[in-house]
Ligand binder design. Structure first.
Ligand code: GUN
Ligand code: ZN
Length: 433
């Protein structure tokens, strides 16, 4: 169809892409080609198909042969805290003590814009090494921490979602508090500077109800009402102690979700991190409005939060994304995150299939972020964010894969045992990073 497209590049390898969600349609939702090809022109995918047909259709294209490598969409991490890069894997605390002990002191360091720039660049490079091409991240209360991550993303061509974390209650420490007004003003200024600039998306970001006053939740709810095309991210029902704390701070709220709902912070563009210990009313409202629930499995086990109900929530039609929650999460890797999601699924008697895990880490998270028509899949017209996986990246994985009967048996050992060594190359908007 595109004879003479001299600018096109043809990537040869195994190719996996989605025609639908494996949660709805099983493995039929997945297209796998042993000798496949991905045609890329500029920053877009031109076509996907069997290698022979693609070579015939694009005779002038430059060819890059990835051999047995598996070409899949770049991973999409739907919830992370880039400022916590330096304190990942901090020992021995549960949520509230963990925040006070490790997180808040680390986030104070971002008062220095040079520090924010250094961590933002290091963080995005770590993501690319691990095959993650898009992330939705919290920043700190400091506006410069938002500039730092968007500038670092722009330099790497990455589609990144980020927002200034807002905290104005005295539950947050001195030095890490804004006010209702400054949170509104700073968020609005950052939104106007960054939202829709290149691949940047601004996300309105009240950290969670325990660190905001009602006045701040209302101000951010109003800002969201003025910019409904922005996403809004926060935390919801992560630990039992946290829920009791919310009840004590908001005595008239019907439940945790109501602290957001009552202040304009519940909607289709809402991203609710963790969402583990939900009441029936909360589940009903989240589903009714089409909100996104973000599963953070390595964090949930690492901080001891609980077991996300993937089976029940997907069955009732909730929108679910997958995320590392770095640095409450113990990894930068979406492979490791898929493995943890599998293990939590086992504890809840809902073993997730490799196709479901890969979908969650790509299309599922992209859908949760409302960009599944742009990223998270390999299809004509989509942005060319993809990775090449080596399905035999270590001797331990290779000896297991030698006995694999099909693509799922070949992929699952890499999901369970793989790390950044499994990511042969990462391509962002058509360019190798
Ligand atoms: N709840 C509020 N802030 C945080 C955070 O930084 N990490 C996690 N895991 N939970 C939170
Ligand atoms: Zn979080």
């Amino acid at each position: 169809v595109c004879i003479g497209d001299t600018m096109a590049t043809l990537h040869l390898g195994q190719v996996l892409s989605f025609d639908g969600s494996p949660f709805d349609e099983g493995h039929d939702a997945v297209w796998h080609e042993r000798r496949g090809a991905l045609a890329v022109e500029g920053d877009r995918i031109l076509a996907v198909g069997p290698a022979d047909a693609m070579r015939a259709a694009h005779p002038a294209a430059e060819v890059i042969d990835h051999g047995d490598g598996l070409i899949v969409p770049g991973f999409v991490d739907a919830h992370a805290h880039y400022p916590q890069t330096g304190m990942i894997a901090s020992w021995g605390k549960r949520l509230i003590d963990w925040l006070n002990h490790y997180t808040f002191p680390e986030e104070m360091r971002f008062a220095d814009p040079a520090h924010a720039r250094a961590v933002a660049g290091r963080y995005l490079d770590l993501l690319l090494d691990h095959g993650t091409t898009s992330v939705c991240t919290y920043c700190t209360i400091h506006p410069a921490s938002v500039d730092a991550i968007f500038e670092a993303a722009e330099a790497r061509g990455m589609r990144v979602f980020a927002g200034k974390t807002c905290m104005d209650r005295d539950t947050a420490p001195e030095g890490l508090r804004d006010s209702a007004q400054s949170a509104y003003d700073d968020s609005k200024a950052l939104l106007e500077r960054w939202h829709g600039t290149g691949r940047a998306s601004y996300v309105i970001t009240p950290r969670f109800s325990p660190t905001s006053t009602v006045a701040q939740l209302e101000a951010l709810g109003a800002l969201w009402g003025e910019h409904p095309d922005c996403l809004m991210q926060t935390h919801l029902s992560e630990q039992v102690d946290e829920i009791a704390w919310v009840k004590s701070l908001y005595p008239s709220a019907r439940d945790y979700l109501d602290t957001y709902e009552a202040h304009g912070l519940l909607g289709a563009g809402g991203l609710y991190g963790h969402a583990i210990h939900l009441e029936p009313r909360e589940r009903d409202r989240l589903r009714e409005v089409g909100a996104s629930l973000i599963h953070c499995p390595t964090s949930n086990t690492f901080i001891g939060s609980g077991l996300f109900d993937m089976g029940g929530l997907t069955r009732e039609g909730q929108i679910v994304g997958l995320a590392t929650d770095t640095g409450g999460g113990s990894s930068f890797s979406m492979l490791r995150t898929m493995a943890a999601a599998y293990e939590i699924g086992q504890l809840r008697h809902r073993p997730l299939h490799a196709s479901e895990l890969l979908w969650l880490a790509t299309q599922g998270s992209a859908r949760a972020l409302h960009v599944d028509d742009r990223i998270g899949n390999l299809a004509a017209g989509m942005e060319a964010d993809f990775i090449v996986l080596d399905l035999a990246s270590t001797p331990a994985i290779a000896q297991r894969v030698a006995q694999a009967g099909d693509i799922w048996e070949a992929l699952f050992p890499t999901i369970m045992m793989g790390d950044d060594r499994a990511v042969t190359s990462t391509w962002v908007a058509g360019r190798k990073r």
